[in-house]
Design a protein around this ligand. Structure first.
Ligand code: ZN
Length: 509
């Protein structure tokens, strides 16, 4: 018996079939990566055909009737009961995907892929021209397609709940409403206290001309400091940074702002956090459903842990500021640690989600969640979206949106049908608070280690407790498995209050 052959031959056959799906998925992500990095401007139409064909092929493989019959035979076989939990989980996950996708017509899947590529192009143009009216027809088309898909998957459930379950299995609108209202109630007083604090960040300590070649060096150095493995990765440039791939080919991208190195620096730490998750899954789970990440929220927790919990901490900069000075020559020579840490932890309600600080960030997600929920419930119309968007941003963040580019056109997600995916970002924050609470018990001296430039223990903890658990559990079960507690906002709110009270000299509430 070779290492890769399971003695239960039906199970092995199922895994072999699943491996093809994973490989097709990887090819899909390569052409997506290419679209965003090096594809010529005119390539859109051809690429949209490629996406449509790839998604059709994928759908065929996922819904292959042989998969269905293997699943039935395995469940009835006497060997099934004796399988270890991870193998049962593989079967469960393949069945869940099979049952879901067989309900969706292939034509619809292809139509979504095609419309995503077209919508993406129009969105880019609409954003450039700040013209929501240009984007609106495409938005309605993709929204209708996604809604249809959700109704095929489960006609008895609100489509928004169906979509939430895709990214965050087990998390419902109701649960989100509860978590988000706790977040909102905890964040508003903190945002206000920071605004009234006498400690004012001096952003000129960061906003300084820094040539691109030097920023590339810093980015690479930061990624390596975070334990990103460049022998199975690479860093390229795109408008919006992202991570793609898994195991031995995990690529990240960034975007350089010439008078603000921190933009790319934190983007790279963020994406490196995502990449670590993919690079450190258990090798024996490769090409199996359990060798995938747990949920969008867990993925985001890993990126934001590296970016914010570690990357914006005073301890990290005790180690990294001298290094930054070394790489950048005289650009930051006059900068002292305390004011620098205050500057990189600047809290300013911003119009743009991706530029938001850790304190106000979740408010952006709450706005998006409320709007998406209402769109799917049919409570609001696409004509009113800009108005509703702008009103909510004013109410929750106190910012005045001047045009659609800085308003509801700011993010790419909707153009590709990414509805119900935003909540994962805030769930990632909530998870981080809880992981940190556990890390502080398991590695009480982790901050001292970071101060000395040693990130190994804390990264290894994430690898062991999160990355290597792959998709063995649904998110609410995984957080309980790791921390022994139900998912709760209290740890994240506590972390924010502690950290920012110190930085801003507030009385801890
Ligand atoms: Zn992310």
């Amino acid at each position: 018996m070779t290492k890769n052959t399971h003695e239960f031959d039906l199970y092995q056959k199922l895994l072999d079939k699943y491996k093809d799906i994973v490989i097709l998925n990887n090819i899909y992500s390569h052409i997506y990566w290419d679209l965003d990095t090096y594809m010529p401007e005119k390539g859109t139409e051809q690429r949209s055909e490629e996406f449509a064909m790839m998604s059709g092929l994928l759908h065929e493989r996922i819904t292959d009737s042989e998969v269905g019959s293997l699943l039935d035979q395995i469940k009835e076989h006497e060997k099934y009961q004796k399988l270890p939990a991870a193998e049962k989980r593989n079967i469960h996950l393949i069945k869940k995907e099979y049952d879901r996708e067989t309900k969706v017509p292939k034509e619809l899947v292809k139509a979504i892929a095609k419309q995503s590529a077209i919508g993406n192009e129009i969105w880019k143009k609409a954003k450039k021209e700040s013209n929501y009216e240009l984007f609106k027809p495409e938005l309605i088309k993709i929204f209708d397609l996604i809604k249809k898909r959700a109704q095929y998957i489960n006609p008895d459930l609100d489509p928004y709940d169906v979509l939430l379950d895709l990214g965050e299995p087990g998390i419902t609108r109701e649960k989100l409403d509860e978590l988000f209202s706790e977040l909102r109630d905890g964040l508003i007083p903190l945002i206000k206290a920071i605004r009234d604090s006498p400690n004012k960040p001096d952003y000129s300590l960061i906003q300084r001309d820094c040539p691109k070649d030097i920023q590339e060096k810093i980015s690479q150095d930061a990624a390596l400091a975070a334990k990103y493995d460049l022998t199975s990765g690479r860093i390229d440039e795109t408008v919006h940074p992202f991570t793609t791939g898994f195991y031995d080919d995990v690529r990240i991208t960034t975007n350089y702002t010439l008078d603000d190195f921190s933009s790319s620096f934190f983007a790279v730490l963020h994406e490196a956090g995502h990449a670590l998750y993919e690079q450190n899954m258990l090798k024996e789970y490769k090409y199996q459903p359990v060798g995938f990440y747990c949920s969008d929220g867990f993925h985001e927790s890993q990126s934001r842990f590296i970016e914010n919990v570690i990357g914006r901490s005073k301890e990290f900069w005790e180690y990294y500021l001298p290094k930054l000075k070394e790489i950048t020559g005289d650009i930051f020579a006059d900068v002292d640690l305390e004011p620098f840490v205050l500057a990189i932890n600047r809290v300013i309600p911003s119009k743009i989600r991706v530029e938001a600080d850790p304190v106000t960030y979740s408010m952006h997600i709450i706005v998006r969640h409320e709007i998406e929920k209402d769109l799917f419930a049919g409570n609001i119309s696409f004509d009113d979206l800009p108005k509703i968007w702008n009103e909510k941003m004013k109410e929750y963040l106190g910012v005045t949106i001047e045009n659609d580019a800085e308003g509801l056109l700011q993010d790419v997600h909707w153009s590709g049908g990414g509805f119900g995916t935003f909540p994962g970002y805030a769930i990632g924050n909530i998870i981080d608070g809880q992981l940190l609470w556990k890390i502080e018990q398991d590695i009480p001296k982790w901050r001292d280690q970071v101060r000395k430039g040693n990130l190994s223990d804390v990264v290894d903890w994430l690898i062991k407790n999160v990355h290597q658990k792959g998709n063995l559990y649904d998110p609410l079960d995984l957080i309980k498995e790791i921390t022994g507690e139900e998912l709760s906002t209290k740890y994240y709110l506590d972390y924010l209050h502690r950290t920012f009270s110190k930085i801003y000299g507030l009385k801890e509430s």
